[in-house]
Design a protein around this ligand. Structure first.
Ligand SMILES: C[S@@+](CC[C@H](N)C(=O)[O-])C[C@H]1O[C@@H](n2cnc3c(N)ncnc32)[C@H](O)[C@@H]1O
Length: 153
């Protein structure tokens, strides 16, 4: 994916392969105006670690825009629920399931289900102040995605 991004992207972008849950030793100390993370926090086991990195590299007032699979999403014909089959909203943590498409990402790397309150509290604890939330319309009674913009306190 990084190779494709480097080949396709405009010049002047630096792509790094790093573990965002670790201290940002790759960072030159110049604060970023913003960070974005699309549909990846469910794939990152250490949410507090990832958010600590975001908060560390942002300037005060810098934005953090992210999307996750909605923690309340109960699944539909095309997508799996946020939690494992047979599980439920209350039980948090990493999961995978042999019932998934064997070619799909969930059977290969799993996912971490977190309750909405866990996500909101983690943002708050990292010093990321919620500014805006969005839940795009979905063909099921509960939205599929949750998006937000926070700012570093
Ligand atoms: C579902 S993919 C989303 C990728 C992309 N944002 C998209 O929308 O197609 C989740 C991504 O999270 C990355 N990831 C998981 N744990 C990570 C970590 N600790 N640090 C950095 N990236 C991580 C994986 O490498 C993977 O590329």
């Amino acid at each position: 994916m990084l190779g494709k991004a480097r080949a396709a992207g405009p010049a002047g972008i630096t792509y790094l392969c790093v573990d965002v849950t670790r201290a940002p030793t790759w960072w030159d100390g110049r604060p970023f105006d913003g960070c974005t993370c699309e549909l990846a926090l469910m794939d990152i086991d250490d949410l507090a670690g990832a958010l600590a990195t975001v908060a560390a590299v942002l300037r005060p007032g810098g934005w953090f825009v992210a999307s996750v699979m909605h923690p309340c999403f109960p699944g539909n014909g095309r997508g799996q629920s946020s939690w494992p089959p047979g599980g439920g909203y209350e039980r948090e943590g990493w999961w995978t399931s042999p019932g998934h498409n064997p070619e799909g990402v969930r059977i290969r790397v799993g996912a971490t289900h977190r309750k909405l309150s866990t996500i909101l509290n983690a943002l708050h604890d990292a010093g990321l102040e919620a500014e805006r939330f969005a839940e795009p319309p979905a063909p099921v009674p509960v939205p599929t995605y949750l998006l937000w913009r926070c700012r570093r306190r």
